[in-house]
Design a protein around this ligand. Structure first.
Ligand SMILES: [Zn+2]
Ligand SMILES: [Zn+2]
Length: 388
C-alpha cells in the first residue's frame, strides 16, 4: 500500500502503488501501461485525476513534440505522460502542506515556475527562465505538467500547491477541467488591461480559448464583444456565451469593415487573437483603433507576415501570452463559481481514460463537431452505476 515517509494520507482515500497511465512512444503513438504512483515532495500534493480535457496543444505535443520539452529535448520514447487540463481530488499531502485538505476537489493550472528566477519573482511564472530545467544536475524545480513533466492522462499526479484552484462541490468534473481554459482567456484580457467594462473587444477564432474569451470579456463588462470564425455551430455557442455579434468570415468578404460597422464605424479597443490563421495577426491589427491593443493567444505553425508600419503609425500594442499566468485561473474560477457564464457549453464529448486514442481522434478530426473532449478514469464505472 502507498505510504511514503513524510506524506500524509487518509484511509478514506486509499492509494494503490501502481496506476494506469498513457505514455508517448513515437510521434502519435500512445501506449497504455502501468506506472508507479508518484510521491509529493515539499509544497506538493498527490491529485487523484477525476477528469481531464484534451487541448489542441496536447495534439502538438503528441504528434510533433514541441512545445513539450522533456529532459531538454523532444518528448518521444521517454516514458512521458502527456495531458494538462485536469481536475481531481487531493488524496495525499507532501511534507508541511496545510493549504489543502485530503478529499478537497481542485482544478489545476499547468505551470509551477522555479520560484527563483527574475520572472517568477515578478509573478510571471509561465515565463519562467528555467523552463524545462527539472532533471538531473540542472534541476531548478520548474514544473509544467504535461509539457516538461508528467501530465494527467493517468490516474494520479503530483502538483505544486501553487497550481491548485479549489472548486465548489456543485461544479461538475467536466466543468472543473475548463477552469484552466477560462483562465487562459482571463490572462489574455488581464494583459490587455484587465478592466474591460465598456471597452469594445473582438475575439478571432471560436476554439475553446476564443469561446472562453467571449464569456470572460462579457463577464468583465466589455461592450460590444464580437466573435469571428468559420463554423456557424461554434459561432452559435459564442452567442450563447454572450457575444453581441458574430461574423462568419466565410460569408463576409471584408471582415475588418464589418467589425468597424458593428462598432459604430470605429476599430475596437482590444482584439484577442485565437484563430492561429496566418492572416490573423494583420487582421487583428486592422480591427483595433489607434492606440488599441492586440493579444496573441494562438500560435500559427508557419511564420506570419506582419504590417509593422501600421503598428508604428497607429501606436498599437501587441502582447503574446503563454498559458494562464498571474493566477488568472483563480479569477476565472471565481466567475464560474458565481455562474457568470456556463463553460460547459464548450464541452461536447466524454470518454473513459482507457479510450484516450478515440477521444483524441474526436478532438483532432472534430468528429461530431467536437470542441472540448474530456476523459475520465472512472467513466465506465460511473456510466454503469447510472444504468443500474
Ligand atoms: Zn491547454
Ligand atoms: Zn522561474
Amino acid at each position: 500500500m502507498y505510504a511514503p515517509a513524510g506524506v500524509k494520507t487518509s484511509k478514506n482515500f486509499p492509494i494503490p502503488d501502481k496506476m494506469k497511465a498513457w505514455v508517448l512512444g513515437n510521434p502519435g503513438e500512445l501506449i497504455y501501461t502501468d506506472k508507479t504512483v508518484p510521491v509529493p515532495k515539499k509544497a506538493e500534493v498527490l491529485v487523484r485525476i477525476d477528469a481531464i480535457a484534451i487541448c489542441a496543444t496536447d495534439l502538438d505535443n503528441i504528434y510533433h513534440g514541441p512545445p513539450a520539452l522533456i529532459e531538454g529535448g523532444k518528448p518521444f520514447n521517454k516514458n512521458w505522460t502527456p495531458g494538462h487540463e485536469y481536475m481531481g481530488t487531493v488524496v495525499a499531502l507532501g511534507p508541511g502542506v496545510d493549504e489543502y485538505k485530503i478529499g478537497q476537489r481542485i482544478s489545476v493550472e499547468i505551470h509551477a515556475g522555479c520560484g527563483q528566477c527574475k520572472r517568477c519573482r515578478e509573478g510571471m511564472y509561465t515565463s519562467c527562465h528555467n523552463y524545462g530545467l527539472n532533471y538531473g544536475d540542472v534541476d531548478k524545480g520548474h514544473r509544467a505538467n504535461g509539457f516538461t513533466t508528467d501530465g494527467g492522462f493517468c490516474e494520479y499526479q503530483v502538483n505544486n500547491i501553487n497550481t491548485l484552484v479549489a472548486i465548489p462541490d456543485d461544479m461538475s468534473d467536466e466543468e472543473g477541467t475548463l477552469v484552466v481554459t477560462a483562465g487562459t482567456a482571463m490572462y489574455g484580457l488581464t494583459e490587455l488591461g484587465g478592466l474591460v467594462a465598456g471597452e469594445s473587444v473582438v475575439v478571432t477564432g471560436p476554439g475553446p480559448i476564443g469561446l472562453m474569451g467571449v464569456a470572460v470579456a462579457k463577464a468583465l463588462g466589455a461592450q460590444p464583444v464580437i466573435l469571428t470564425g468559420t463554423r456557424d455551430n461554434r459561432l452559435a455557442i459564442g452567442t450563447a456565451l454572450g457575444a453581441d455579434h458574430v461574423i462568419n468570415i466565410r460569408k463576409t468578404p471584408d471582415v475588418v469593415a464589418e467589425v468597424k460597422k458593428l462598432n459604430g464605424g470605429k476599430g475596437v479597443d482590444y482584439v484577442l487573437e485565437c484563430s492561429a490563421a496566418p492572416t490573423g495577426v494583420n487582421e487583428a491589427l486592422y480591427m483595433v483603433n489607434r492606440g488599441g491593443k492586440v493579444c496573441l493567444a494562438a500560435f500559427p505553425h508557419d511564420q506570419a507576415l506582419v504590417d509593422v508600419a501600421h503598428i508604428v503609425r497607429n501606436n498599437i500594442y501587441i502582447y503574446g501570452i503563454r498559458g494562464e499566468g498571474k493566477s488568472a485561473t483563480h479569477r476565472a474560477e471565481a466567475f464560474m463559481r458565481q455562474k457568470r457564464f456556463d463553460a460547459t457549453k464548450i464541452h461536447t464529448h466524454t470518454f473513459a481514460l482507457a479510450d484516450l486514442p478515440e477521444a483524441i481522434r474526436y478532438a483532432k478530426d472534430r468528429v461530431d463537431d467536437a470542441i472540448k473532449v474530456v476523459v475520465k478514469a472512472k467513466y465506465e464505472a460511473a456510466a454503469k452505476e447510472a444504468a443500474e
